[in-house]
Write a protein that binds this ligand. Structure first.
Ligand SMILES: Cc1cc2nc3c(=O)[nH]c(=O)nc-3n(C[C@H](O)[C@H](O)[C@H](O)COP(=O)(O)OP(=O)(O)OC[C@H]3O[C@@H](n4cnc5c(N)ncnc54)[C@H](O)[C@@H]3O)c2cc1C
Length: 322
């Protein structure tokens, strides 16, 4: 059994699904599972952390923690780790985790395995598996030496457990001294889309260069709305100005691992595959039966996306209605 710290992520008063995945995996393996919750006016979230497996919640509340800041988070969490001595610190491989966890690892002078897709516990030790060479291979990583073992886990890689609302956690207030930070977030300007972010959605519908225009993405948005999915894009589509960069999937975009990834008019270049090849089920719609995307697709529709997507959308709608 290990003592595990899970860094809780939240936005707009709601915890992120990725935090539940980490808590669930730790608790299911019988570990002593602690959540670390920072923010302002977030104490209520401790209850939900317990439902997903947290036995203890370390709570730091301060106006200086209202918005996420790597510096402030590090200044609060590093002393907590020194005092509590967890065996493992887990964070999500989300934009926040990617920003914060390396800084914390450097502060603690320990190693970090990032973007892991598998996590196994063995006593006080963990073993993780992470993709390398743009996802062409994976390596197993274990930690040597002393100090906490740190890893970021790809969202959707572990699955969200069923919450147990009968569970409660002990909440422990910890020092929320953000220290002398050199930068401060003054305001967060939200994107206009009401759809989920590609990294968090369980279904992603992506379009490539073949979409031909920003307006044509409407057909993908309509299908995404039926499925409750996020809309992603290849770099070619982003470079052509059809979608914003935040939607880009791939090596220089975001890495996604949804339950279902539908690639429409995307050839399947290695840099795109690097961002989506660990999706559980991949569906490709492409006019070219030789397109590389078919080498990793579970299902393929060889055809014109402008004819296929509206039919798919109608069929999904019928299934949803019944
Ligand atoms: C350093 C580097 C980093 C990169 N990072 C990324 C990245 O993060 N993400 C990324 O995506 N790419 C990335 N790329 C670019 C990558 O190499 C490809 O150029 C890009 O993924 C191609 O995008 P695409 O599949 O949309 O376009 P294309 O390769 O042009 O493919 C379009 C596909 O649409 C099909 N098609 C055409 N018409 C239709 C139709 N009517 N219906 C159905 N199918 C149709 C064609 O058969 C073709 O397969 C990177 C490249 C480099 C060098």
């Amino acid at each position: 059994m290990a003592k595990i710290f899970v860094i809780a992520e939240h936005r707009d008063g709601k915890l992120k699904k990725t935090t539940f995945e980490l808590l669930g995996a730790s608790a299911a393996a019988g570990n002593e599972t602690h959540a670390v919750l920072l923010g302002e006016g977030v104490a209520e979230l401790a209850k939900e952390l317990a439902h997903y497996g947290a036995q203890k919640v370390h709570l730091a509340e301060n106006a200086g923690l209202k918005f996420y800041s790597a510096e402030a988070y590090c200044n609060v969490i590093a002393p907590l780790v020194a005092a509590q001595k967890p065996d493992v610190i887990l964070g999500s491989h989300s934009p926040t985790g990617r920003d914060f966890m390396p800084r914390l690892a450097a502060r603690l002078n320990v190693g970090l395995a990032s973007d892991c897709t598998q996590l196994a516990f063995d006593g006080a030790k963990i073993k993780v598996r992470r993709p390398v060479y743009s996802g062409k291979a994976t390596v197993e990583v274990e930690f040597l030496g002393s100090g906490p073992q740190m890893a970021t886990i790809r969202p959707n890689a572990l699955g969200v457990p069923k919450p147990d609302t009968s569970k409660a956690a002990e909440t422990m207030a910890c020092a929320a001294d953000v220290g002398a930070v050199k930068s401060k977030v003054l305001e967060v300007v939200k994107g206009s889309s009401a759809r989920p972010d590609v990294t968090e959605a369980s279904i992603v519908v992506s379009g490539g260069r073949a979409m031909k225009s920003a307006e044509n993405f409407k057909i993908l948005e309509e299908m995404a709305d039926v499925l409750g999915a996020a809309v992603g894009a290849s770099r070619a589509a982003v470079d052509a100005g059809f979608r914003p960069h935040r939607d880009q999937v791939g090596q220089t975009g975001k890495v996604v691992a949804p339950a279902l990834y539908i690639a429409c008019g995307i050839s399947g270049a290695i840099q795109h595959l690097a961002g989506m090849r660990t999706s559980k089920c991949i569906v490709a719609v492409n006019t070219d039966p030789e397109a590389p995307i078919y080498q990793i697709a579970d299902y393929g529709v060889v055809g014109d996306l402008f004819a296929v997507v509206p039919v798919l959308k109608d069929e999904f709608k019928k299934i949803k209605e019944h």
